[in-house]
Write a protein that binds this ligand. Structure first.
Ligand SMILES: C[S@@+](CC[C@H](N)C(=O)[O-])C[C@H]1O[C@@H](n2cnc3c(N)ncnc32)[C@H](O)[C@@H]1O
Length: 188
């Protein structure tokens, strides 16, 4: 992966660019399938905007694989729970009732996503729920030095169905109509 999320300057830039975006609508959907106060892992918390909302409803552990974002998360939320964690290997002894991410999993190559999905299944409790957003499209590209993998309803179904019962994959608008997909699924 490139350095975009790893330097102080680019992390500050991302925090400014993303300040008017949050996952409130997804969190409302998550609340319909994941009991309030369940334990929840957020992967790629970044600026921590969604972490703050999730923290009102769940026992959340925020995470990121960027130490710059980790420093930011811990300094802004000194009472919060955060762990440095890679989305692919997900090396943790902890188990969760749910896993959430907002625009993180698209940085994983196809084989990395498969590995992440297998690990997500492993670190979830029985009937665990996942909720992840993706950019919709075809193929992949490098943007700001970062790998970006685009997904379709079909590619997500293929990547997740071995380990998860897919409850919904819905299109939504981040910048342009239907430019994004939200997947909600339950551990098999
Ligand atoms: C587009 S930002 C999204 C941040 C936040 N979820 C939001 O909605 O604003 C992607 C985030 O995922 C993190 N990230 C990228 N690849 C990762 C990986 N392999 N493991 C863990 N975090 C990763 C980045 O450091 C960054 O915080």
């Amino acid at each position: 992966m490139g350095d975009y999320y790893k330097t102080k300057e680019s992390v500050e830039e991302y925090i400014k660019l993303a300040k008017n975006f949050d996952g409130q609508p997804f969190i409302e959907k998550l609340k319909q399938v994941l009991t309030l106060q369940s334990s929840l892992l957020e992967i790629g918390s970044g600026p921590g905007t969604d972490w703050k909302i999730l923290n009102e409803f769940y026992k959340v552990t925020g995470s990121d694989n960027s130490s710059e974002f980790m420093n930011h998360l811990v300094s802004k939320n000194p009472d919060g729970n955060f762990i440095e964690l890679d989305a692919i290997s997900l090396k943790t002894e902890m188990k969760f009732d749910g896993i959430y991410s907002n625009k993180v999993m698209h940085h994983l190559k196809d084989d990395e996503l498969i590995e992440s999905v297998r690990k997500q299944n492993e670190i979830l409790n029985l009937n665990g729920i996942i909720c992840h957003s993706f950019w919709k499209g075809e193929g992949s590209e490098i943007f700001k030095g970062l790998f970006v993998n685009y997904h379709s309803v079909m590619s997500l179904s293929e990547a997740f169905r071995k380990y998860f019962e897919i409850l919904s994959v819905e299109e939504y608008k981040e910048f342009d109509d239907n430019d994004s997909l939200l997947l909600i699924a339950r551990k098999k």
